[in-house]
Design a binder for this molecule. Sequence first.
Ligand SMILES: [Mn+2]
Length: 319
Amino acid sequence: MIGDKDWHEAIARLRGAERIAITTHRSPDPDGVGSELALAHALKALGKSVQIANRDGVPRACLHLPGADTVARDPEPLAEAELIVVCDASDLGRLGWDESIFADKTILNLDHHATNARFGTANLVDPGYPATGALVYDLLRRMEAPIPRAAAKALYAALLADTNGFRVRADARVHTLAAELVRLGADPEEAARALFEKRPEAVRLWSRVLGAMEMRDGGRSVWLVARPEDFAAAGADAEDLEGLVNEALAIAGVEVAVLFKPAEEGWKVSLRSWRANVGALAERFGGGGHVRAAGCLVRMPLEEALARLQAEVSALLAR
Ligand SMILES: [Mn+2]
């Protein structure tokens, strides 16, 4: 829960700044980018100068959102801002910028990760929110800022993505917020299409990776490995893998889905579960995230990494 003092502090920081920059984590997702765009549209409507800068730009799933074409990939807007708003990132290292940029800066930290390091000058952090976008909506309401149609579309995209298409954490509050965003101009069909449609290259990659899936733990865990040669054969890139681990969790009987993809050093592992705490498991491997959606980077050969993770997941499912 966020206390009144924290809300007031955050609102005072936003009201008091004229030049505001907004950023999110590397490999940005619709929750991060939707939160940024919604804030930018609302704050601009209040007369602020606002610029978004993301180390990795904007993912394909967000290119249709109004303002996506204005997102910078260089750190200048951050260096020049009076206030930097960080969306959906548990620590400054996740942003991918040289951290010296943040020295002496006023930072507003908006996030819903339980592992958030509270690195901001002001922090609005509550893992009770299903998406950072839902937190941004409450913030804008509390500061009586306008929520233009462009902001509603951005927040709807954030909510749709972080609830995996209203499949997880989709309680009455989530559906009430979704309805409100539709009233404000969000288009559910457009949003669903943008989030779930895939390039042909992605479908070719998915078919290769799913074709080689391994079921373990009596069908309760599924293991996927996207090897460099899979990307090459499909003509696909890293972003084409977005959503695959969620689909793997939709296999009947599966409780935990795990996806390995190549990283600069070792393998990046994405974990999803219906119930089991894969966040705690990811933390033991130096990663983090949420209870049912988490990730980590393992610096070891694939076979060794698979064996260690598989032992952990088996122990988790045996409980
Ligand atoms: Mn999020």
